[in-house]
Design a protein around this ligand. Structure first.
Ligand code: FAD
Length: 267
């Protein structure tokens, strides 16, 4: 991990939806240590600012990030052109730690941009056939146009990849409704399952509630939490949630640890 951003060259920038882009980065010279799925980088748009962004793809020293433009810095990063440079610090935070779930059924629940940090986890599970039990990927988005990685989703369907949207037009023939409803179609043994969830906090709480209801213990539900982060090194306190500094102790936290804190509103 470095305290100063290293220069990375943008090698691709493609649209995912109206407000979301996926960018690919290659180190210009020195590379950061290899990221683990679930960890995040501080990505710096020169002259604008830096923001925490999860790794959405890891290929050696190359990084993929999927960014929704919501403010000055994220919009500047969505607008970067191939060939230009950004600064990157990291890796920061805790990862999903998939290897510790070896032999267990997997449930991955994603809402909206929350699919970005889960994408390398899905790919890690798919790249190790026989290492894990049944893989269930449940994806929710506001509308069909907001779905990320549409060309990849079909390839994740073994044994189950369910996609649902909150609102759809007549062209949509798939599921409509909350992502947690897809749990009814998932195949898993609740006592031998590890679940991973990322998305809006209301979705995370609903997913955890449904998983608990079906018998998945809280310590086997891992969630990724976002708070405003500045230093990303556990010093400034911006991302404090109860006793946790989420840049250091998160963003991935077991639900039994996070649940008592989720009533704390972000400042
Ligand atoms: C660990 C972590 C991983 C993240 N991964 C991704 C990712 O992979 N892709 C992605 O698009 N975004 C991700 N985010 C959110 C991203 O960091 C924020 O959208 C970004 O900081 C907004 O900065 P801005 O300068 O563009 O906008 P600002 O002007 O700072 O904020 C614009 C709006 O976004 C809200 N906002 C700011 N920071 C956050 C935050 N951390 N979480 C939620 N809302 C926020 C503000 O309250 C405001 O309403 C992640 C955040 C964290 C903490």
């Amino acid at each position: 991990m470095t305290a100063v951003p290293l220069p990375y060259r943008v090698t691709a920038n493609r649209p995912e939806s109206a407000d979301t882009r996926t960018i690919e980065l290659q180190p210009v010279a020195e590379a950061l240590p290899v990221f683990a799925p679930g960890q995040f980088a501080m990505v710096y748009a020169f002259g604008v600012g830096d923001i925490p962004v999860s790794v959405a793809g890891i290929d050696g020293s190359a990084l993929t990030h999927t960014i929704r433009g919501v403010g000055a810095t994220s919009r500047a990063l969505c607008a970067v052109r191939a060939g230009t440079q950004v600064g990157v610090r990291g890796p920061f935070g805790t990862g999903w730690d998939l290897p510790s779930a070896a032999g267990r059924d997997l449930i991955i629940v994603a809402g909206g941009i929350g699919l970005a940090p889960l994408r390398p986890l899905v790919r890690e599970a798919l790249s190790a056939p026989g290492t894990y039990g049944r893989l269930n990927v449940l994806v929710g988005a506001r509308t069909p146009a907001d779905l990320l990685y549409r060309s990849e989703l079909d390839g994740w369907g073994h044994p189950y990849c369910g996609v649902t949207v909150d609102r759809a037009g007549p062209e949509w023939t798939g599921n409509v409704g909350v992502v947690t409803a897809l749990l009814d179609q998932a195949a898993f043994d609740p006592h031998d399952t590890t679940a991973f969830a990322c998305g809006p906090e209301v979705m995370i709480r609903a997913a955890a509630r449904e998983l608990l209801h079906r018998g998945v213990p809280a310590q086997h539900i891992r969630i990724s939490l976002e708070r405003n982060m500045h230093c990303a090194t556990g010093h400034c306190g911006h991302c404090q949630l109860g006793p946790l500094l989420l840049c250091r102790d998160g963003p991935v936290v077991a639900y039994d640890r996070a649940k008592p804190l989720l009533t704390v509103r972000e400042l």
